[in-house]
Write a protein of this length. Structure first.
Ligand code: F0G
Length: 352
């Protein structure tokens, strides 16, 4: 027996009457782990990590892609198309393959992590690299959508955001209540918009005890922080390529999520993000991609500045798997000199 598919589990909140969802890759149902060691270090007794890297293509995108592609297929789309910093293209390519639809992706040249690129290529997606940013790529994709060439499966498609609400539902289900705060990276700003909508929806549906909702804490990279600076960024730059976005499509949704929830959106340096990526792995054993560490790096700052308190329940969304971007954590592996294979030599090399 396999677990009930995500869209069936939450069909009361997501589906039209009698709607069928034949395409599923086993998305959702990701673990929410109590990060005791890291929480101790940060001074938070109830720090939780929601590891979205266990989704079928290794990121949270699958939650919305499953709904978008089911509906595109049901409505007779001939192809799907998206712009992407990487994860959306990996997800679109996989779900389009399962639906038997061609998939076209437009990517910023040279700025997509290797794991994500290989996922899209291997799934048979047609890749177009542009000499420009994600924002340029999304502009072109919007036009193709308007011309009816293919179904757009970026988060400007409301089905994507509807599906991504399920992460909020799962958090409340797992904790039995709303956490005080939820922290996550912000790029195109779809996910913070979707999660907030999900928490509001669950509270209004009477599922969340007390109708409570968390403060939404969003984090951008300093070189790609349009919402923090209240101005688009022409040439966004960050090592966290997933959130290398200068003019987010869901900008107003993110601002509303921040303000209605009493939260904040702040910027972090690449160094803060990359240090936290390793710290999460070394204290909790979870390998997330750089952008995913931004939520936790931000929480570290807020706890240090006593803007988050020890007893508050805080959930950080680890949005994607670390294996997506193997190059950013260049290991020692390549530089080690081999030793003889006898036990004494190995013992010596280990320093034991
Ligand atoms: N984390 C990861 C791993 C992502 O891939 C993205 C976005 C985000 C966070 C930010 O989420 O855009 O909803 O604010 N990736 C998109 C893509 C842009 O094309 O894969 P957001």
């Amino acid at each position: 027996m396999t677990a009930q598919p995500l869209l069936e589990r939450y069909r009361d909140l997501l589906a039209e009457p009698d709607e069928r969802f034949p395409i599923t890759l086993g998305e959702g149902g990701t673990p929410l782990l109590h990060a005791r060691r890291l929480g101790d270090e940060l001074g938070l007794d109830r720090l939780f990590l929601k590891f979205e890297g266990t989704n079928p293509t290794g990121s949270f995108k699958d939650r919305g892609m499953v709904l978008a592609v089911n509906r595109a297929a049901a409505s007779g789309a001939r192809a799907v198309v998206c712009a992407s910093t990487g994860n959306t293209s990996a997800s679109a390519a996989a779900y389009a393959a399962a639906a038997g639809l061609p998939c076209h992706v437009v990517l910023p040249a040279g700025k997509v992590a290797r794991g994500k690129l290989s996922q899209a290529v291997a799934a048979g997606a047609r890749l177009v690299m542009v000499d420009g940013s994600f924002d340029d790529a999304l502009g072109a994709v919007r036009r193709l959508g308007e011309e009816g060439v293919a179904a757009v499966v970026n988060s400007i498609n409301p089905d994507r955001l509807a599906g991504q609400q399920t992460a909020a539902f799962e958090i409340v289900d797992a904790l039995g209540e709303s956490p005080e705060a939820v922290a996550l990276p912000v790029g195109n700003a779809g996910n913070i918009t979707a999660l907030w909508a999900g928490f509001v929806r669950y509270a209004e549906a009477g599922v969340t005890p007390g109708g409570r909702r968390p403060r939404m804490l969003g984090f951008q990279a300093e070189g790609a922080a349009p919402i923090v600076n209240d101005a688009p960024v022409e040439r966004p730059e960050t090592a966290a390529t997933a959130i290398r976005i200068g003019n987010p499509a869901s900008w107003s949704g993110a601002v509303a999520a921040r303000d209605e929830s009493g939260g904040s959106i702040e910027a972090l340096t690449d160094a803060e993000i990359l240090e936290m990526q390793l710290r999460i792995l070394r204290s909790e054993g979870l390998f997330c991609e750089p952008a995913s560490a931004a939520g936790v790096a931000g929480v570290e700052r807020l706890a240090r500045e006593e803007r988050l308190h020890r007893s508050e329940g805080v959930v950080c969304i680890l949005t994607g798997h670390g294996l997506k971007d193997p190059d950013v954590v260049a290991g020692e592996e390549g530089t080690l000199t081999p030793v003889d294979s006898d036990l004494a030599s190995i013992r010596r090399a280990m320093g034991l």
